[in-house]
Design a protein around this ligand. Structure first.
Ligand SMILES: [Zn+2]
Length: 330
């Protein structure tokens, strides 16, 4: 894998915000700032079609600053938000879809999502949830009494962000209506259950959202609950993007890069390594609880360093690996 944008690569490393840039003829990338400090920015892509109208992929976090950035970039191209004809989000997280509501109100452009993802919009995907349901989950995971309060607190405090409902749904393989582009949706579940990558065959581009990132391994199972195991889905989805080795990857965060197959392999190996770790714990002690397994694994923050949301996330990911192994054994 190697970066194809030195400016984005440098910004990603130094945790600054890169300037908007031209990616290919009629394709631009611009960085939208994110609050919270975990990641500095998401990447929004602007396409100009053969009729001179514009299309936006992953509009970014909803903030006055991000709105101004988008308006300025369009103005620099001699256009305005009124010239936007479609908005497509790879998935329902607020750093990818947040600004879509304002953009569609200002432009009249439809918001498009994969049909599976669209089914999860309109209600809080990470909302306060049901405290009784969380209690039951903590029981099932074997979380000791003195660690339960912090998890109950953070699940109750979850933002309650409500992803805007889609105006139009897409299916796998569907060609988007963008004159001058050969852009198709690819269903790539894992990060969320209806995550969509977009592939542009004329320009050899892959828009990967949070499915494949250059500088980190995105979490899995972070959308609506699915009947299938998110890790099993994800490994299959990595195989899908691996089929386009010559394409440049335009991810949702970080920097553009070449080497999709290599990065897909590294990413799959990262998750398989974790599964092997979980399998080794279960081989020694088959009756281990999810809590006991998680506390035996190596975590980059160290097990004692995992508190609050990180603890909850670590337990959820451990449970996902355990379920994946059980599925593989069946
Ligand atoms: Zn995401």
């Amino acid at each position: 894998m190697h970066p194809t944008s030195p400016a984005q690569f440098e910004a990603s490393r130094s945790r600054t915000i890169p300037q908007p840039e031209l990616v290919r003829d009629d394709v631009w990338a611009l960085a939208q700032q994110m609050p919270g400090g975990y990641l500095p920015y998401s990447l929004l892509y602007v396409l100009r079609d053969a009729d001179g109208a514009f299309h936006v992929i992953d509009p970014g976090w909803d903030s006055p600053q991000n709105w101004s950035t988008l308006c300025e970039v369009l103005a620099g191209l001699g256009a305005s938000v009124a010239d936007v004809r479609s908005i497509t989000s790879t998935h329902l997280h607020p750093d990818h879809i947040g600004l879509a509501q304002r953009l569609r109100q200002a432009s009249g452009a439809p918001l498009q999502l994969h049909e599976t993802e669209a089914a999860a919009t309109g209600s809080p995907f990470d909302g306060p949830g049901n405290a009784d349901a969380v209690e039951l989950q903590l029981d099932a995971w074997g979380v000791p009494e003195h660690r339960r309060a912090e998890i109950l607190r953070i699940t109750a405090q979850a933002s309650g962000f409500v992803p805007p409902a889609a105006d139009r749904t897409l299916v796998d393989g569907e060609r988007l209506d963008i004159p001058g582009f050969d852009l198709r949706g690819m269903l790539t579940p894992g990060h969320t259950s209806g995550h969509l990558c977009l592939r542009e065959d004329g320009r050899s581009l892959l828009f990967t959202g949070d499915h494949l990132l250059p500088m980190m391994y995105a979490g899995l199972g972070l959308g609506a609950p699915s009947a299938t195991n998110p890790l099993a889905d994800y490994l299959a989805s990595l195989d899908r993007v691996r089929e386009y080795p010559g394409y440049e990857v335009l991810p949702g965060h970080g920097y553009r890069f070449a080497g999709v197959a290599e990065r897909a392999t590294e990413t799959a190996e990262h998750h398989r390594r974790r599964s092997r770790e979980v399998a080794a714990v279960l081989e020694d002690a088959p009756d281990s609880s999810t809590w006991q397994i998680a506390s035996s694994l190596t975590w980059s923050a160290g097990w004692p360093g995992l508190v609050d949301f990180l603890l909850y996330s670590a337990l959820a990911q451990t449970e996902m690996h355990r379920d994946y192994l059980a599925g593989a054994a069946r």
